[in-house]
Design a protein around this ligand. Structure first.
Ligand code: ATP
Ligand code: MG
Length: 285
């Protein structure tokens, strides 16, 4: 039995190593339904290794210890096949690079329909209908063609929307987005982050947003976890950390993000104005 205050994911004492080399040390955090945790830190600080340990997709030479407690079950040490099944359905994962995550030679529809049939047992027709619904949910509703397209025919933003549609397709309770916007231009970055937060609300997900850019993800997150050299150096409510970081490293991340130099509560306004202007220039709605 769970109470509503039980986190969807509780990671504690998580370490990952290759032989004697420690990649991640004693990482711990919780994520609740309907909340967003931003995991930030410079390149190589251990963000993706942490996410891969949660997903159960670490390369075999990397050994994880500690606890990854998901929705009442300890995942570390679960048989690999069980982990993989969860990875596809109960935990959604959005990769940094959709080009490497999507198959270049299969139509988008084929790639979307396969897990729907496998995990949810839908017929081909039902899975196709569901795929269309999902595309609509990620803002590709007017784009029936997307199902018949190949990944190289889509823009970067469309690819990432397809990845997100696939990540939510089997009704996950947790969504991990590892640098979901790094390859995109700034306006599209904001659109994708807004989409993730909207889906978190609509689907009552726990969302983990991984980024090296604290300035980008701060306004979309409730809490922040700051990683450095494989360790957690600071964590807490986003607003508090931006106002009063305890660690100089966090201060440096904030200073490196010019958008955070201003008052945090003004940022969404500035952003919306920029987006509206861009949309108006593009002649869109
Ligand atoms: N497959 C791997 N084999 C060996 N070492 C790895 C592997 N993947 C990552 N590492 C090492 O683990 C450490 C943490 O890497 P990780 O990929 O988690 O960093 P990150 O915070 O995600 O960085 P980035 O912002 O560049 O994505 C780094 O020292 C990295 O070199
Ligand atoms: Mg990474």
């Amino acid at each position: 039995m769970h109470t509503t205050t039980e986190p969807v994911l509780r990671v504690s004492g998580l370490s990952a190593r290759i032989g004697d080399l420690s990649l991640v040390r004693d990482v711990g955090f919780e994520v609740h339904r309907g909340r967003t945790l931003a995991v930030v830190g410079e390149s190589g600080s251990g963000k993706s290794i942490t996410a891969a340990a949660v997903m159960g997709i670490l390369p075999p030479q990397i050994k994880a210890e500690g606890s990854v407690f998901f929705d009442g079950t300890e995942l570390l040490g679960e048989p690999a096949r069980r982990r993989r099944a969860r990875g596809g359905a109960e935990i959604g994962y959005v990769f940094q690079e959709p080009m490497s995550a999507l198959h270049p030679l299969l139509r988008i529809g084929t790639q979307m329909i396969r897990p729907l049939r496998h995990h949810l047992g839908l017929s081909r027709g039902e899975a196709r209908d569901r795929a269309l619904e999902l595309l609509e949910q990620v803002g590709l509703g007017g784009e029936r063609k997307v199902l018949d397209a190949y990944v190289h025919e889509l823009s970067g933003g469309m690819r990432q929307r397809v990845m997100i549609a696939m990540a939510i397709s089997c009704g996950p309770r947790l969504l991990l987005a590892d640098e979901p916007t790094t390859a995109l231009d700034p306006t599209v970055q904001q659109q994708i982050l807004r989409l993730l937060v909207r889906l978190r609300e609509e689907l009552d997900l726990a969302l983990v947003l991984i980024s090296h850019d604290l300035g980008l993800v701060a306004r979309y997150s409730d809490e922040v976890l700051v990683m450095y050299d494989g360790r957690v150096v600071e964590q807490g409510l986003t607003a508090q950390i931006i106002e009063q970081p305890a660690q100089p490293y966090t201060r440096a991340l904030i200073d490196a993000a010019p958008r955070l130099g201003r008052r945090v509560d003004r940022l969404p306004t500035i952003d919306r104005a920029v987006l509206d202007q861009t949309r108006a220039m593009a002649g869109g709605v």
